[in-house]
Write a protein that binds this ligand. Structure first.
Ligand SMILES: *Cc1c(COP(=O)(O)O)cnc(C)c1O
Length: 389
């Protein structure tokens, strides 16, 4: 399509659209849900196992363990490593709150690392610098790096792994926004020692409630995850081998995900197509997200960087008046959050500033992104954005 139009299309433009997808699989879902209702196996039913096998196959990982949320996926993965007091966990300052919350809940210390403006993910040079500082200051043990694939864009995993291997650290991939993304032809799911997924409804694979999974190639880790999600149970149900949690995935959510997973390939292709339409229309006006060479984004979110000095509130209000929703992920860098500022202040003496994370917060804007946007809708979003700049 070459013409641009201000006509609003018949379907309202949604930031995320779960209805269009639901219409495609509603009948099958009703059947699957009824089967669970009939079986009464609401926890650890056969659907959970079936989903785990299919998730592992999709991502090319040996094991998948279904859990209760993306946050619990991160927590169980860190509990399995024994991460706790005295441990430094390196993670981006520009990410969702859960990434930082989990090490703190376990008694460990998050060390915030700046991100690269190009790609929004861990800045490798800054990561190296902060690992060296933690070692030199000697109060905390460098223990883990949580790489986040923000907005679906894969982080620089080869570089993260190299640092983790050199320092004996655990590499955890927070792929909550990036299921379906790939790097060098290999899907996210096996780049880190473990990969955490979220099935929150708006993620690239979402259920109708909370859910998550941990992917790994390591059978010993997978076994630990299964134990930890069920109160640390041992070989028999009433033997408690370790302190765990209640972190199981509901059978009903697994049944819903089993209906959605077969749509993933076509939905990822649609997201990629939509990202291309956006880039064509917007790249002369704002900074559009770009995949690094070899990377395939899952396009969980489509986030642009606005020109310096843009009045973002006014822009968003103007877009909204034209029927175009938008959102801010994230308005505040984590080291500025009241809950995390103290950890940031005590973790590292003379911590270097985090200028890129701080600079992104006032300038990012996430546009509607879901597989059921058509080109006219993308054109309408682009026009509303451009006309409000
Ligand atoms: C959504 C998300 C999580 C948490 O997942 P929940 O399922 O909501 O607990 C963690 N990290 C990132 C980057 C996320 O986007």
């Amino acid at each position: 399509m070459t013409t641009t139009t201000t006509e609003t299309t018949a379907r309202p433009i949604a930031l995320f659209d779960m209805k269009a997808q639901q219409a495609l699989i509603r009948a099958e879902m009703n059947t699957r849900i009824a089967q669970v209702l009939d079986s009464g196996a609401f926890v650890n039913g056969p659907e959970v196992r079936e989903l785990e096998e299919k998730l592992a196959a999709f991502a090319g990982a040996r094991h998948a363990v279904g859990v209760s949320s993306g946050t619990d996926a991160l927590q169980i993965a860190m509990m399995a490593e024994g991460i706790g007091r005295g441990d430094a966990v390196f993670l981006p300052a520009f990410t969702y709150t859960a990434t930082a919350e989990v090490p703190l809940v376990l008694g460990a210390t998050p060390v915030f690392v700046d991100v690269a403006e190009d790609g929004f993910n861990l800045d490798i040079a800054d990561l190296r610098r902060r690992v060296a500082m933690v070692k030199q200051q000697g109060r905390l043990r460098p223990r883990a790096v949580v790489g986040v694939d923000l907005y679906g864009l894969p982080a620089d995993w080869p570089a993260i792994l190299e640092i983790c291997e050199a320092e004996g650290m655990f590499a955890l991939d927070d792929a909550a926004q990036a299921f379906g993304g790939a790097l060098d032809g290999k899907r996210l799911g096996t780049w880190g020692h473990a990969t955490a997924l979220s099935f929150y409804p708006t993620k690239t694979l979402g259920c109708y409630g909370d859910g998550g999974a941990i992917l790994t190639d390591d059978p010993a880790r997978a076994e630990l995850y299964r134990s930890l999600r069920t109160h640390g149970e041992g070989k028999t149900r009433y033997e408690v081998e370790r302190t765990g949690m209640n972190g199981r995935l509901d059978t009903l959510q697994a049944a819903i995900l089993l209906c959605k997973l077969p749509l993933m390939e076509q939905e990822l292709a649609a997201r990629t197509r939509i990202a291309g339409w956006y880039a064509d229309r917007l790249s002369n006006h704002v900074t559009v997200p770009r995949e690094r060479p070899g990377a395939q984004s899952a396009w969980g979110l489509y986030t642009v960087i606005l020109p310096d000095g843009t009045d973002r509130e006014r822009l968003m209000a103007g877009m909204k008046a034209r029927g175009v929703p938008s959102a801010i992920y994230y308005p505040k860098s984590l080291h500025h959050q009241p809950a995390y500022a103290a950890a940031h202040a005590t973790g590292l003496d003379n911590a270097p500033p985090l200028p890129v994370s701080e600079g992104l917060c006032p300038r990012v804007l996430s546009l509607p992104m879901h597989p059921y946007l058509d080109e006219a809708q993308v054109a309408a979003v682009a026009e509303a954005l451009i006309s409000g700049l």
